[in-house]
Design a protein around this ligand. Structure first.
Ligand code: TYM
Length: 335
């Protein structure tokens, strides 16, 4: 039975926070880079996880698409194991205090700091015409982190620089207004070693903007088509193959046991089997790995009221912490 019990606040005190954009269906990069580590961490502290819908306004301009995506991310994250009895789960925009903190932080953010951000530079390189929101995106992310006094932020490698910006801004704020007291907590990133940058079908980082993703809840036919598209070299079937730079193996090790990975590597070296064979093994493992979550997803997809209730209760709890921080900050700056 689905149940929302109050978040345990007794002895687990480390504040853990992360966010995810509702910019389309979630993929293996999101799952192994952030969701899976975040779900494991919900047992180790007070976890706050949110759907970054304000951030997605920089790329999604159709309101019904945004709403549908938010619903999908909520369902996917819950289906994957986010437990609303352990973690506070909410929509970023249900805590509008974060935009006020963003403004205050932006008054001490050097332009050069934002100009150096890789993700901004990448978007420009892709030909996206930048809005002020896209440019200022890391300041909103810093506010997300700082408003909840976050100590640990589980993210993929691509977000590391944004956490450095956050740390920088918190330090600047404390130096300017703290009078010796650390008003804002300086957070630490937590980047999973094995899945810091999950490769996509073409070997570049898996990302919606590169159109190289494998969705967590892709239907069977689409999943097969995608796995079969994974880039390989042209080594003939009978020849030995190099397992060390194979994207098939990089993805396989996310879902298979260490022994299974060693076995596949040995089979690569032996030769006699084509890449199609290994892709089929990967496909089977992916299907098996996500099967229980798929089942839970189907259940949640028929229970919109429950999902909405989780998000609203989460926002209520998150807002209490956000208000406290914002009051402290407003007072410190003289508002
Ligand atoms: P977003 O929505 O792009 O991605 C969500 C999480 O998934 C990770 N990720 C990956 N990890 C490994 N390999 C990949 N190929 C891969 N692709 C995505 C990301 O690193 C991220 O952890 N700005 C953030 C959302 C955000 C946020 C925050 C995160 C807003 N405010 C505050 C932490 C704290 C973003 O766009 O993530």
């Amino acid at each position: 039975m689905l149940d929302i019990s109050p978040v345990a606040k007794t002895f687990a005190t480390m504040r853990i926070l992360s966010g995810i954009q509702p910019s389309g269906r979630l993929h293996l990069g999101n799952y192994f880079g952030m969701m899976e580590p975040a779900i494991r961490l919900q047992d180790e502290g007070e976890a706050y996880y949110f759907i970054a819908d304000y951030h997605s306004l920089t790329s999604i301009h159709d309101p019904s698409v945004l709403r549908d995506n938010v619903r999908d991310v909520a369902i996917d994250f819950l289906a994957c194991g986010l437990d609303p009895g352990k973690a506070v789960f909410f929509r970023q925009s249900d805590v509008p205090e974060v935009t006020e903190l963003t403004w205050i932080l932006s008054t001490l953010t050097p332009m050069g700091l934002l100009e150096r951000c890789h993700s901004y530079k990448d978007k420009i390189a892709q030909g996206i015409s930048p809005s002020h929101g896209l440019f200022a995106y890391p300041v909103l992310m810093a506010a997300d982190i700082l408003i909840y006094n976050s100590e640990l932020v589980p993210v993929g490698k691509d977000q590391k620089q944004h956490i450095e910006v956050t740390r920088d801004l918190a330090q600047k704020f404390n130096d300017r207004y703290g009078e010796g007291e650390p008003l804002l907590h300086i957070p630490e990133p937590r980047i999973a070693e094995d899945s810091a940058a999950v490769p996509g079908l073409d070997g570049r980082k898996m990302s919606k903007s590169y159109n190289n993703t494998i969705g967590i809840f892709e239907d069977a036919k689409a999943l097969k088509k995608k796995v079969m598209r994974i880039t390989t070299d042209s080594t003939p079937m009978e020849d030995p193959k190099n397992p060390d730079d194979s994207y098939i193996i990089m993805l396989y090790q996310l879902v298979a046991t260490a022994d299974e990975v060693e076995e596949m590597k040995a089979d690569f070296r032996k030769g006699g089997q084509g890449y199609g064979h290994f892709k089929k093994q990967l496909l089977d493992k992916l299907t098996e790995y996500f099967a229980p979550m798929r089942e839970k997803r189907d259940e949640l997809a028929n229970n919109d009221a429950f999902v909405e209730e989780v998000l609203q209760q989460g926002a209520k709890q998150a807002r209490i912490v956000a208000r406290e921080t914002l009051d402290r900050v407003r007072k410190a700056v003289g508002l």
